[in-house]
Ligand binder design. Structure first.
Ligand code: RB5
Length: 143
């Protein structure tokens, strides 16, 4: 099973707990880096923590959640080896892995229901990178 690392700010806390329980039930290894309550916190602190952890342990898929998903997207994509994808439909979530080889899934807890976000995440986690030359070339150009 894949190793997952998950983090959220306060706006994403409830969705993080929901997803974490689901994923652990499914047998994924889930490393929860916080936040651990509804108390207000700053999303870049969580994104930075996840990036540092992912750099040390690249054999993980990241999941980041805030209210819109936008702040987490901006913060995490400042890191060179990270390709964070904001998920907004099952089809695009699948393509984020197949074409872009995204290694961090980003969700907006206020933008979609828990069920919708779960469907996006499942589509992402069960997809595989195509490994096709054109996609490898394009990803290399991002770096
Ligand atoms: C927190 O209020 C909110 O700004 C944050 O969760 C996120 O949506 C930022 O992009």
């Amino acid at each position: 099973m894949q190793n997952l690392i998950i983090g959220s700010d306060h706006a994403g806390f409830s969705l993080k707990e929901f997803l974490k329980n689901y994923l652990m039930d499914k047998g994924y290894n889930v490393n929860d880096i916080g936040t651990f309550s509804n108390d207000s916190c700053d999303y870049p602190d969580i994104a930075n923590k996840l990036a540092e952890n992912l750099n040390e342990n690249p054999n993980q898929i990241g999941i980041l959640i805030c209210g819109t998903g936008l702040g987490m997207s901006m913060a995490i994509n400042r890191y060179k080896n990270i390709r964070g994808a904001l998920l907004y439909s099952p089809e695009e979530a699948k393509l984020a892995k197949e074409h872009n080889n995204a290694n961090v899934a980003i969700l907006g807890a206020k933008a979609f229901s828990n069920k919708e976000n779960l469907d996006f995440l499942n589509a992402f986690l069960t997809a595989q990178f195509s490994n096709e030359e054109r996609h490898l070339r394009r990803i290399a150009k991002i770096s």
